[in-house]
Ligand binder design. Structure first.
Ligand SMILES: C[S@@+](CC[C@H](N)C(=O)[O-])C[C@H]1O[C@@H](n2cnc3c(N)ncnc32)[C@H](O)[C@@H]1O
Length: 319
């Protein structure tokens, strides 16, 4: 159990105390300084397992994740508005302070996706794209140049801001679409996608994340791929952690924990194929799926990549 006496937890708690008393989380010198300190404090590999925090620290973590999510949204809105003032916004994305992080995260996600998918996806959904949909823009611009991207965001202002950024680009304006909706209200439409990306900030705590994943498991096409963003170590104070055990309905194919300035861990999973004894007309209820769960650190604390398909015998059990 990790409690408030841990020196790293004390430092994070001190930063939380300062951030939680700010009048506003809109970008400013103070906000930028505090969040930069928080990210630098949480980045290095550490012994801390955020699933084993004492109640008081867990409560602080839940509030801190929400503050980080609010600040991230405000930062993206701020820079999306500035970018919209350019004739060609997409030529100036590097004014966003975390642009290189997105370049690296998208490269990582593309590498992991192509390792597990032989075909180039035709249609991709990005859930939680925001007012500055950098992941979709970077993937569409540099990696998946024939793929169409459907971006979903619950925030009504996200669509208009995002459209202003891509509408000046003849290619992206034909391949990128934006939908204002809670992803929990999208049902059969999810079947159209070969790949669904789930932003780290969709599902801000374990229960919310599980509800979103269960919804995706219910409506995604059998065999379609789900790319999730999680966090590892003290980075779990910045973002929700996705537990592979919660991905019922999916085969977890691999989990990657970056150790550089890319903050999010990446999980790739595939929706189980339809079992042979059932069909769309005669669907089974929630499958009691084999789901060998274990703490990845049990394998090796320094291990930052696990190809679970070598570990799991799910394929045999489904054949
Ligand atoms: C701040 S963005 C971060 C994504 C980032 N722009 C990217 O390209 O990876 C996260 C977005 O998720 C959206 N969101 C949160 N819950 C959602 C839900 N249930 N359905 C759709 N969008 C959601 C928020 O409105 C927010 O704009």
């Amino acid at each position: 159990m990790v409690c408030e006496k841990d020196p790293l937890v004390q430092k994070i708690t001190d930063l939380y105390d300062q951030i939680s008393t700010l009048d506003s989380l809109k970008p400013s010198k103070d906000v930028n300084m505090l969040f930069t300190q928080l990210v630098l404090t949480c980045m290095p590999p550490t012994h801390i397992d955020v699933t084993k925090l004492c109640k008081k620290v867990q409560q602080m973590r839940s509030k801190l994740i929400r503050l980080c999510g609010e600040a991230e949204g405000l930062l993206e809105t701020h820079f999306s508005t500035i970018l919209a003032s350019y004739d060609n916004p997409l030529h100036h994305l590097n004014i966003f302070p975390y642009y290189t992080n997105y370049l690296k995260l998208s490269q990582l996600e593309f590498n992991i996706l192509t390792k597990h998918c032989s075909n180039v996806p035709n249609k991709v959904a990005f859930v939680g794209s925001g007012p500055l949909p950098l992941t979709s823009i970077v993937l569409a611009s540099f990696h998946l140049k024939t793929t169409s991207f459907h971006n979903y965001d619950i925030d009504p202002s996200a669509k208009s801001k995002a459209l202003r950024l891509v509408s000046s680009d003849p290619d992206l304006s034909r391949r990128m679409f934006f939908h204002t909706t809670d992803i929990m209200d999208v049902t059969n439409g999810l079947k159209e996608y070969d790949v669904v990306f789930l932003a780290a900030l969709v599902g801000m705590d374990k229960d919310e994340k599980v509800r979103v994943v269960e919804h995706l498991a219910k409506y995604m096409n059998p065999g379609a791929v789900l790319m999730l963003r999680s966090a590892h170590g003290a980075r779990g104070f910045l973002y929700p952690v996705v537990d592979p055990c919660d991905l019922r309905g999916f085969q977890v194919l691999s989990i990657f924990h970056p150790t550089d300035e890319v903050i999010n861990s990446v999980i790739i999973a595939r929706k189980f194929p339809m079992p042979k004894h059932c069909s769309a007309e005669h669907p089974v209820g929630p499958m009691k799926l084999p789901n060998k769960c274990f703490d990845i650190d049990m394998l090796n604390p320094l291990l930052n990549h696990v190809n679970l398909m070598e570990e799991l015998d799910i394929e045999d059990q489904l054949s």
